[in-house]
Design a protein around this ligand. Structure first.
Ligand code: ATP
Ligand code: MG
Length: 279
């Protein structure tokens, strides 16, 4: 594995800047090397929920090719302008140039943000690897399938855990690097996404395997999102589940209410400093 410079990373000691003693922004990394597991959807919903709760929220889209999170925010801004709305909106910064595009971008955001969300690509990149070393909180959305599970750990046909897999090893390396640099631990949450109302057998088996693995490699299993068509419909207008009332939707469907509750549960379970869920 390539070694990373810790020149600036070492400043993150228990959330305070070593030089100034000022509280630094809490960094939430949303990552999983598996594509399409719900990283950008989760980033957008967590970032917007925190902005709605009155926190100053910034973000960076580390998926420089797809830019789904950046595009999501652009859609929101365009929709608000067109409709004359003023919805709470996270600020998305720009990556810098050169070999370390992350540090200058974070330094810019840190000045004005309580929370910074980093949306990682669904593959192993240097940028994503760097981001994981900066995570105070790491959120890993996972489709409820053993195919996705395979990036966390290898399982025997009897679902015995044989050992950690590539993504879990990468997180382990990031934890090691943080510890060597004197930075705080990573609070890692694995979020089960796109849970179906059927396939109960598979759901139970994946859930059981995750619980076992969580104790072994040190993550918490977070309440996840069910499979809901609403998640796919919101993107073109840049909206989230929490914006419905503000855009004139009078009565929420049962599915929307349940989805809001899932988001509420997730934000609570993240246990972020200074955050009380009031939506
Ligand atoms: N809970 C859900 N219910 C229904 N659709 C969902 C849900 N979560 C995500 N999706 C849809 O799944 C697709 C992938 O989601 P998303 O883009 O958030 O994943 P990603 O992990 O960021 O993907 P990539 O690895 O390509 O960056 C999108 O079409 C999104 O709208
Ligand atoms: Mg994405």
């Amino acid at each position: 594995m390539q070694r990373l410079s810790f020149g600036s990373h070492a400043r993150y000691v228990r959330g305070r800047d070593r030089k100034t003693g000022r509280q630094v922004a809490h960094i939430i990394v949303v990552g999983n090397e598996k594509g399409g597991s719900g990283k950008s959807t989760t980033t957008m919903h967590v970032a917007t929920a925190l902005a709605r709760l009155g926190h100053r929220v910034g973000g960076l889209d580390l998926d420089v090719r797809q830019r789904s999170f950046g595009r999501y925010i652009e859609n929101r801004t365009a929709f608000c302008t067109k409709e004359g709305l003023d919805l709470p909106t996270p600020f998305v910064g720009q990556l810098g140039e050169g070999t370390d595009p992350l540090t200058p971008a974070l330094e810019m955001l840190e000045r004005d943000c309580d929370f910074i969300l980093l949306d990682c690509p669904g593959s192993h990149t240097k940028l994503s690897q760097m981001a994981h070393t900066l995570a105070d909180t790491l959120v890993t959305p996972l489709n409820d399938s053993f195919v996705d599970f395979d990036l966390l750990a290898r399982l025997s046909p009897e679902q015995e855990i044989l050992g950690p897999s590539i993504y879990a090893e990468m997180v382990w390396n990031a934890r090691q690097m943080r510890s060597q640099a004197g930075a705080g631990p990573i609070d890692w949450l694995v979020l089960r996404n796109r849970l179906g109302t059927q396939q109960m057998h598979n759901k139970r088996r994946v859930g059981g395997a995750l619980e076992k693995l969580s104790r072994r490699i040190g993550f918490r299993v977070a309440p996840g999102f069910s499979e809901r068509v609403i998640f796919r419909e919101l993107f073109p207008r840049g909206l989230t589940l929490l914006d419905m009332k503000d855009v004139g939707v009078e009565s929420l469907s049962m599915s929307h209410i349940a989805a809001r509750q899932e988001l509420r549960d997730l934000i609570g379970e993240l246990r972020l400093p200074g955050v009380t869920v009031t939506f």
